[in-house]
Design a protein around this ligand. Structure first.
Ligand code: ZN
Length: 214
């Protein structure tokens, strides 16, 4: 079986999507890119995460041709491939419909930096213009908007988070959801204060150092 380790991680993290309440039902999807083998393991389309098994994970090449697997790959396959092509430091992608991040995506704004963890997503977590799910247009909008950052909202849809590995990508998805929730709660209490450019720079610098120590 190709990409056995990656398949295991896709299954584990898809189950974590549910247990961490980052998505419901079959929403969201996860992929891992093995750049040495030039193959990607991606979650299948429309399978309940609780029931997902190793053989359900689909292995594709960078052009999206199925190399191994009987199931249909996630409908956002094109989006995952476009992201891997546009940023060589990225080897994992986690797409969620987590509640608060999705709520922010309906406002079509960048994430207000009310907590330093927002900087895990980059200098600014922007919102890509709306396009129908699973389309090439959505993939293009998303790639263009994220640039070299690690997270981006997809208008009226959800979030996609990237990382050098799956643990990192999942962590970014979790923390952007956390900051989105904090922002939402704070807005019910008053007007939250955002970090200054200097404070954002400081946080970005520290996250870079963390990266080097790992
Ligand atoms: Zn989606």
């Amino acid at each position: 079986m190709l990409l056995l380790d990656e398949r295991e991680s896709v299954v584990d993290y898809c189950k974590k999507l549910i247990s961490s309440e980052l998505t419901t039902g079959t929403g969201g999807n996860i992929s891992i890119y093995n750049r040495e083998e030039r193959l990607i393991a991606i979650s299948p389309s429309g399978i309940e995460y609780d029931e997902m098994e190793l053989e359900d994970v689909v292995v594709v090449d960078i052009e999206g041709n199925v190399v191994e697997g009987a199931k249909k790959p996630s409908s956002e396959l094109g989006l995952h491939l476009a992201l891997y092509k546009s940023n060589e430091t990225v080897n994992a992608a986690v797409h969620t419909h987590s509640k608060y991040a999705t709520a922010i995506s309906t406002l079509r704004i960048s994430l207000p930096v009310v907590h330093y963890l927002a900087c895990l997503g980059g200098r600014e977590v922007r919102c890509a213009p709306y396009a129908s799910f699973g389309t090439e247009e959505l993939a293009q909008h998303t790639v263009k908007t994220i640039g070299q950052d690690r997270a981006v909202f997809m208008a009226n849809h959800g979030l996609i988070a990237l990382g050098e590995n799956i643990k990192q990508a999942f962590g970014v998805a979790e923390q952007i959801e956390f900051v989105s929730e904090v922002y939402s709660i704070a807005c019910t209490m008053g007007k939250p204060v955002e970090l200054t450019e200097y404070e954002i720079d400081e946080s970005l610098e520290k996250f870079k150092l963390y990266g080097q120590n790992r």
